[in-house]
Design a protein around this ligand. Structure first.
Ligand code: ATP
Ligand code: MG
Length: 335
């Protein structure tokens, strides 16, 4: 397989007021060309820090990559200087964020912001850039591009703004698009449209997508493979279908059981995992999930399981064989 991104043993930390914390603690995964990978996990599991590490943006908010490798198209990113990184960001890797209003500049029109992104990457005339902006805006499903390009961010709806952000992210024709909770701020219908747009773009451009979401339902729709993160660690990596057929980690099972069924109310978990994610200052010994795990034994509380290959999948749990043999990882339908 042609790998676009290889992350190995990544450790990223922050100097917080209560000391130094490892928000991402030894994370490894890769993304193939044209593949969509979703990182799923509860709030605080290190999903954003992982993506901000790839973009090398953590250093702008008192964070630091302490260990590990991030290879993009075979090139090591962790050792690049600010200028080299600035060139890669926004050209070969683009990122879209959760709240598109804060990412857009309120004093410039949409057209100006998109053409600037285009001109940053392509030595073409302003007129050509404007034409290309129109094409991009149309591509992301905005009708009447000419009128839209003259508007200011506050004149657009949330869904429209997110489309504009996607247009800006695509201006450089990136190989990898990182989308961090791109639809959380949007209503369900708009969310579905944006996700459909990402699917279409991925197909048409053979772009790889790293999609971050706390919603495993979104991951089910979008991902080829899913990475389940918990408290800075990867608990499981597997093809989407495999995870849904049979999760191998008790935490994955817990997340799956929290998905509302089709007739359920959106966003209201049917069954939540007991307890809460630990503070990074108080990471439990052994397996980080052990205090919340219904199957934890003494060993789980003292020894940390590594992420190990299991066929095509990877899982970090001491008891995976036992749990499968005894059908303990089966998803219970009702909460
Ligand atoms: P969410 O679903 O809420 O977006 P997440 O999985 O993206 O959660 P991260 O933003 O990656 O979580 O943060 C993981 C942890 O890293 C946080 O709980 C926090 O302890 C720490 N962290 C993140 N950013 C900073 C920062 N700028 N300074 C200090 N600690 C930080
Ligand atoms: Mg986040």
């Amino acid at each position: 397989m042609d790998k676009i991104l290889e992350v190995k043993s990544l450790v990223t930390g922050y100097q917080g007021k209560d000391g130094f914390v490892r928000a991402v603690d030894g994370v490894s995964f890769d993304i193939n060309r044209g593949e969509t990978i979703c990182i799923v996990g509860e709030s605080g599991s290190g999903k954003s820090v992982t993506s901000m590490s790839i973009m090398r943006l953590v250093e702008y908010e008192n964070g630091r990559i302490i260990e590990g490798e991030i290879k993009f198209n075979g090139e090591e990113l962790t050792t690049k200087n600010t200028e080299e990184m600035r060139r890669i960001r926004g050209s070969k890797i683009s990122m879209i964020f959760q709240e598109p209003l804060t990412a857009l500049n309120p004093v410039f029109t949409i057209g100006k912001q998109i053409t600037e992104a285009i001109l940053f990457h392509h030595p073409i005339s302003k007129k050509e850039a404007w034409q290309r902006a129109e094409e991009l805006v149309r591509l992301v499903g905005i009708s009447d591009p000419q009128a839209r390009l003259k508007q200011y961010p506050h004149e657009l709806s949330g869904g429209m703004r997110q489309r504009v952000m996607i247009a800006i992210a695509l201006a450089s024709e990136p190989d990898l698009l990182i989308a961090d909770e791109p639809t959380t701020a949007l209503d369900v219908t708009i969310e579905a449209q944006i996700l459909e747009l990402l699917r279409k773009l991925r197909q048409e451009r053979n772009m790889s997508i790293l999609l971050i979401t706390h919603d495993i339902g979104v991951a089910a729709e979008m991902a080829d493979r899913i990475i389940i993160m918990y408290a800075g660690k990867v608990m499981e990596i597997a093809k989407t279908k495999d995870i849904f057929d049979q999760p191998l980690h008790p935490y994955s099972k817990g997340l799956l059981e929290s998905v509302p069924k089709m007739n359920g109310e959106r966003g209201v978990p049917l069954k939540s995992i007991k307890g809460s994610i630990p503070s990074l200052n108080e990471i439990p010994s052994g397996c980080r999930f052990s205090p919340r795990c219904p199957f934890a034994t003494d060993k789980c509380h003292t020894e940390e399981p590594l992420l190990e290959m299991r066929g095509e999948r990877q899982v970090a749990c001491w008891h995976v064989d036992y749990l499968i043999e005894n059908s303990l990882l089966q998803i219970e339908e009702e909460g």
